[in-house]
Design a protein around this ligand. Sequence first.
Ligand SMILES: Nc1ncnc2c1ncn2[C@@H]1O[C@H](COP(=O)(O)OP(=O)(O)OP(=O)(O)O)[C@@H](O)[C@H]1O
Length: 267
Amino acid sequence: MDAISINNARLRFGETAALDGVSLSIPQNKCFGIVGESGSGKTTLMRAILGLQKLDQGDIRILGNPLVHSRAARKQRANFIQPIFQDPAASLSPRSRIRTLMNEVATVLKEPLATTDERLRVILNRLGLSQSVVDKYPHEISGGQARRVAIARALLMRPSILVADEPTAGLDVSVQGDLLNLLQDIRRSEKITLVVISHNLAIVRLIAENAIVMRAGKVVEGGDVGSLFRSPREAYTRELLAAWPSITQAGPPARLVDVQDHGELGL
Ligand SMILES: Nc1ncnc2c1ncn2[C@@H]1O[C@H](COP(=O)(O)OP(=O)(O)OP(=O)(O)O)[C@@H](O)[C@H]1O
C-alpha cells in the first residue's frame, strides 16, 4: 500500500490551473521529493494532501483511505499525517508558551501527560533543543529553533507520514545540512514516510529517493532522483538543473553523510 496516492487531481483558482491532472504514488518509509519553480503548484498539492484544500476533481488516498473533508476525518488524519509548514510560526501560536502547544498532544492522543512529556524530552534531545525551550514564547526563539520546535510538535503526534514544505527555508546554509541529516535520520529510525517539497533541487537530490518535477500544475517528470537529475528527459527539468550549476557539475549525486542511528524515539 502506498503512503499517498493521487489520481488526476485538478484544482483551479479562477483562470489558474493550480493542479492540472496530477497523478502520483508515494511509497511508504521513503523520502519523496516534490520539486518545481515558484507557482508550479507544490504548496497547493501539499494542502490538498493534508485535506486543507478541496479538489475540483480527482481523488487522494492516505495509507489506502480516501481523503474525507469532515471535521472528524481531519482530526483522525492528524494521527498519521503531519505537516511541517514553510513558515514555522504558522504552527506556533504567538500567545502560548511552547509547552502549551506540546501539552495539547496529550489531549489529542488521549495519552497521560507524563507519557507525552517523556516522549517530548527524548524528541527535544534528538533535535538538539534545550528542554527549557518549552518555557519560551515563539518570539523568544530563533528561526532555526522554531523550525525544530515545529518538527518536534509534528513528531510528538507519532505520524506515519511527515510532509515538509521547504524545510530549510530561511536557515543559514551551515545549519541546512544538519537539519536535513536529522530529518533523514529520524525518518529511518522511526520508519516515517517523508515528503519534502522544495524549489531547491539540491535539497531534494540530497534527501529523496524518488521525486517528481512539477510545472504549471502538472507533473512533467518523475522517477528515482539519481536518473532524474543525471539524465533529465524534460527540457524544463534541464532548465531547473541549469539554474543550479553546482548540482549539474557535481557528477554522481552527493549523499548526506551517513548519520549514526541514535536509536528510536519511542514515539
Ligand atoms: N488561494 C489562492 N487563490 C488564488 N490563486 C492561488 C491560490 N493559491 C495558489 N494560487 C495560484 O496557484 C498557482 C500554484 O501556487 P502554489 O502556491 O501551489 O505554487 P508553489 O509551487 O507552491 O509556489 P511557491 O514555491 O512560490 O510557494 C500559482 O499560480 C498561485 O498564484
